[in-house]
Design a protein. Structure first.
Length: 403
């Protein structure tokens, strides 16, 4: 990847949203909410992000800031083109490329399904064309049972052998087992990360697959991003949206796998199956009661073609009556929305002057870690708070920056 091959629109997006890792570059990039606000402001005036790099942007930036959009650092962020050129050289040496949401090879599935709820960049390594092939997203808890691991491997091996791309994360448990089984069967893999793409492309378990052109590793975050709980929750939407189907191997009724499944159910991104057998945990049963389709290991292993079988299951279930979800589910949803709104109001005050850690937020509200993680991630997406970039510290956004 050469600096000259990156479009002006994508260059401007990188400059506004990404830390470039150079000594002395302590400028704080725009938060997702700030970036989308600036993007909308420019679009309403017929100005593209790329225009900010092709002509004197000072007047437009000054006018935007005067109206309370973006931050006073925008001009300084855009002036880092030399730093960006060096960063691109560094990424290229590691085999890393970057595409923006306005580029022609940005996955149409992500643009269509996520819209502005997604991040505007994708960093990756490996064949970009995998991102357009669809596939099956296989996901499970870190501590998936032996029965669940066997199911994950059987499903991934069938997909790999039949040329169906397996989509997963690098998380220990069902996800990593699925990647290994798909690889052993000669299949293609998309691995979506929430942190450190630079470390992932250097990892021994990935290097050979990358060299063979069998693995694509991507992340919507900067290649040197450290692990953050909120990012891990956010990235599951990419794993769902890149696929044709999702299969949840094992989940509790809390945590990242559950939250991702719930978001997919509400947004209706892709049809999803849940492992169903006598050893399945209560979380799996709960998803089945909410309308997800059951899938047993013998169905996976005994069918003639796994892709055709999943399609046939979807077709046959479309005429079947849906499980009742009106009463308690809607009531619980209304209560959950009300509690989240109260949480946001109080969080805006609690994190108004002082940045707070997830632990401080959890203790202040007296809620469980999983609930704190979920609400923090949602508050970030809604622009109520922003990540200060300082070891998981969050601070309230100014009222005019909120969505």
């Amino acid at each position: 990847m050469k600096f000259s091959s990156i479009s002006l629109e994508t260059r401007a997006t990188i400059l506004l949203t990404t830390r470039l890792g150079e000594a002395g570059d302590d400028l704080k990039p725009l938060s997702p909410a700030e970036f989308r606000s600036a993007q909308r402001w420019l679009s309403e005036r017929g100005i593209s992000l790329g225009d900010l790099l092709s002509w004197d942007h000072r007047a437009a930036v000054d006018a935007m800031i005067a109206e309370g959009v973006g931050t006073a650092l925008i001009a300084s962020l855009l002036d880092r083109q030399d730093s960006l050129s060096r960063a691109v050289d560094h990424w290229s040496e590691a085999g890393i490329w970057v595409i923006g949401e306005s580029d022609k090879d940005y996955p149409e599935r992500l643009g269509h399904r996520l819209g502005t709820a997604g991040f505007p960049l994708l960093f990756g390594a490996g064949p970009r064309e995998f991102l357009t092939t669809g596939g099956v997203y296989i996901v499970g808890s870190r501590n998936t049972s032996d029965v669940g691991l066997a199911f994950s491997k059987t499903l991934a091996a069938r997909c790999g052998a039949e040329g169906i791309t397996v989509i997963s994360s690098d998380m220990r448990g069902a996800d990593r087992e699925a990647m290994g089984a798909a690889s052993a069967a000669g299949g293609n893999i998309i691995c979506v990360l929430s942190d450190s793409l630079e470390k992932a492309v250097a990892a021994k378990r990935h290097r050979q697959l990358l060299e063979q052109g069998k693995l694509t590793v991507i992340t919507p975050f900067s290649p040197d991003t450290r692990f953050r709980v909120a990012n891990a929750i956010r990235v599951s939407r990419y794993q769902y949206c890149l696929g044709d189907f999702a299969v949840i191997v094992e989940t509790r009724r809390t945590g990242g796998v559950w939250l991702g499944a719930e978001e997919n159910r509400k947004e209706n991104w892709v049809p999803a199956f849940v492992r169903a057998d006598d050893a399945a945990p209560l979380g799996n049963e709960a998803l089945l009661s909410l309308g997800y389709m059951p899938l047993a290991e013998n169905e996976v292993s005994d069918c003639d073609n796994i892709g055709a079988y999943l399609i046939s299951r979807l077709t046959s279930s479309s005429s079947a009556p849906s499980p009742p979800t009106v009463g308690p589910v809607d009531a619980a949803s209304d209560v959950g929305t009300m509690l989240f709104n109260i949480f946001c109001e109080k969080l805006a005050v609690f994190a108004g002057q002082t940045a707070r850690s997830p632990e401080e937020i959890q203790d202040y509200f007296g809620i469980e870690p999983e609930q704190a993680e979920a609400w923090i991630a949602q508050a970030l997406d809604d622009g109520v708070i922003e990540d200060t970039g300082d070891a998981d510290q969050y601070q309230a956004c100014a009222p005019q920056q909120r969505r």
